[in-house]
Design a protein around this ligand. Structure first.
Ligand SMILES: *Cc1c(COP(=O)(O)O)cnc(C)c1O
Length: 384
């Protein structure tokens, strides 16, 4: 089977793990944790980093540090992985789902602006959602597939309404925005190092930011909010720290990030180049302002075709190729079906037409060619 996206552990992972065992530093304190925080900051241009147990727990902490409380609303794009919404719910808050734009598949600034203008009023400096009476507490754009949205516009809107911005950059490590690193675009930026991301720690995540006080708070509540060695804790904390074992893998992975990014991009380009004459499909977007990290590769079925995602995936599976549909939008998920939302024209239109194709960073030329061969075969047969 040619897998969709599996870890590539061809660097110093084993050596660094052995160092953890030899030194007995396997838990949440250790040189690899500190090093991964520093190296991630360097890569992303942020000042401070806190290594955590997952992208989801990182988002939860960042939302709390941004002041999100129970029964408040957090704006998210509906087209995202469920974890974005879950992190909001873990604060006791409710996602306010908004549509994405065609060109980036990320939060549409025009809709954000329109929704805030039409659906809220500012009362005593607080943004209040008119139909629910709830306070709007934050905006959480998602850097979908490694594409950064138009953050100049989104930040402009956020500043106008005095709302903090938390970026779900789970799969966006290594992308650039107008040629610059992305760690300063939002108040908090959160990466995931889950097994299917470009680099992995096994499981893990990282919160980065530039405000010392709030990043100190993130660190504090990530480790039980302890204030002294005498078991004093000043608030309700969490046990969300990354272990040195996970960080050891992460450090070895980060050393290979540049070559992983090149591989991700070349896989995406290869599929596009080899399949671009097939009339039934188009490809994943990339905007002029963002050099994408190209987390996943794949195709989008055109609107008027009779072919379905299921058919394509089933056919590829018969030929030992793993291909899958992509994120089902949040507004169609059981736990969030009553959450407030904008119209979902773009999200509803595209999500059901996406097919992700194998794009591990250790995929071989032969494997890519096999994928292309079977895709071509399927579509030429289907056309007849
Ligand atoms: C992977 C992912 C997450 C969650 O990260 P975990 O480390 O799996 O908790 C959140 N948001 C998006 C957009 C993701 O792709």
């Amino acid at each position: 089977m040619i897998p969709l996206a599996v870890p590539n552990l061809s660097g110093n992972e084993r050596e660094y793990l052995n160092q953890c065992i030899d030194t007995t530093f396997v838990s949440s304190v250790g040189e690899f944790v500190t090093r991964l925080e520093k190296d991630t900051c360097k890569r992303t241009g942020a000042k401070y980093g806190v290594a955590v147990s997952s992208g989801t727990t990182g988002l939860h902490l960042a939302l709390m540090a941004a002041g999100v409380k129970a029964n408040e609303l957090v704006i998210i794009p509906s087209f995202t992985f469920i974890a974005t919404a879950n992190a909001v719910a873990h604060c006791g808050a409710i996602p306010w789902c908004m549509d994405i734009d065609q060109e980036s598949w990320t939060l549409d600034p025009a809709i954000l602006q329109e929704q805030l203008e039409q659906e809220t009023s500012v009362i005593d400096g607080q943004v209040i959602h008119s139909s629910t009476g709830k306070r709007v507490a934050a905006i959480m754009p998602v850097y979908t597939l490694g594409n950064v949205p138009d953050m100049r516009k989104i930040r402009g809107i956020a500043e106008h309404y005095n709302l903090p911005v938390i970026a779900d950059a789970a799969a966006a490590i290594g992308c650039t925005y107008h040629g610059e690193t992305i760690g300063e675009l939002a108040d908090f930026t959160v990466f995931s190092f889950n097994g299917n991301k470009t680099i992995t720690c096994g499981g893990g995540g990282m919160v980065v930011g530039c405000d010392k006080e709030s990043m100190d708070f993130v660190r504090h509540i990530s480790t039980t909010a302890r204030v002294s060695a005498e078991y004093d804790h000043d608030v309700v904390g969490y046990n969300y720290r990354m272990t040195n074992l996970c960080a050891a893998v992460g450090c070895a992975q980060l050393e290979q990030l540049d070559s992983f990014l090149l591989c991700k991009r070349s896989t995406r380009q290869f599929y596009k180049q080899e399949l671009s004459d097939i009339k039934e499909i188009s490809f994943f977007p990339e905007t002029s302002w963002c050099h994408s990290s190209c987390w996943f590769s794949g195709v989008v079925l055109n609107k008027n075709t009779e072919i379905t995602v299921k058919e394509v995936c089933a056919y590829l599976k018969e030929h030992d190729i793993e291909a899958r549909s992509f994120w089902k939008p949040i507004h169609n998920q059981a736990p969030y079906k009553n959450a407030p939302r904008s119209d979902m024209d773009v999200t509803n239109d595209i999500w059901s037409r996406i097919i992700t194709l194998p794009c591990s960073t250790n995929i071989s030329e032969d494997e890519r060619e096999t994928v292309v061969k079977h895709m071509r075969y399927f579509f030429t047969k289907a056309i007849k």
